[in-house]
Design a protein around this ligand. Structure first.
Ligand SMILES: [Zn+2]
Length: 203
């Protein structure tokens, strides 16, 4: 890892400044450097060379846990995320767990957005991801006493080429023999398609 940090020009610049032992360099020296260099420069008091590696001091918000993260070279970040995300067991951990694994070992300025991008681009996760099931109304039995107590109207069509859509009415009582109609699923107004605007139920 020492050699890999040296190969990364941004990290190597910071290491060299530490080795010069002159403290945090002036802003003028880093003003024209990369965003990575500037972000590391801004965290100078939290950086240190430990075991020959540039590391960053990480402290949990409650202050109970402190550890040193390796400032991870750019070329090794994708590989690191792959291993941290999939693991030996192919776990494909979610965002929160992946972030914890990354934070435990490594740091680089864009790590959080890189974790987000990595999760979004993971093909197995995208293939098996299920979005939250949309909320739907509960089943509402239709209580009718006699034919034409309740009529459902829908817009159907075009019936033939050149004809307009036309309203179509059905009697709930007569259709009641069909359980689907009697126990149709209620739709919220947001879920209704325009053609269902006049129909209480989706059968
Ligand atoms: Zn995945």
């Amino acid at each position: 890892m020492q050699a890999e940090q040296r190969k990364d020009p941004h990290i190597n610049f910071i290491i060299q400044k530490f080795e010069e032992n002159e403290g945090q360099p002036a802003w003028d020296i880093v003003a024209l450097k990369s965003e990575t260099v500037k972000a590391l420069w801004a965290q100078w008091p939290r950086l240190s060379i430990r075991d020959g590696l540039l590391k960053r001091r990480f402290e949990t918000p409650d202050g109970h846990s402190v550890h040193w993260q390796i400032v991870w070279p750019e070329l090794l970040r994708t590989e690191f995320l792959e291993i941290a995300h999939s693991g030996k067991t192919g776990g494909h951990f979610g965002r929160r767990r992946l972030a914890l694994v990354v934070q435990f070992r490594a740091y680089w300025p864009s790590w959080s957005s890189d974790v987000d991008s990595f999760i979004k681009q993971c093909e197995p996760c995208a293939r098996y991801h299920r979005s939250a099931i949309s909320r739907r109304g509960g089943l509402c039995p239709t209580v009718v006493g006699e034919p034409w107590d309740r009529v459902s109207i829908d817009i159907t069509g075009p019936q033939q080429a050149g004809t307009d859509e036309a309203p179509s009415a059905s009697d709930t009582m007569q259709n009641g023999a069909d359980d689907d109609t009697v126990s149709g699923r209620c739709l919220s107004s947001r879920q209704r398609r325009p053609s269902q605007r006049f129909n209480d139920y989706e059968c």
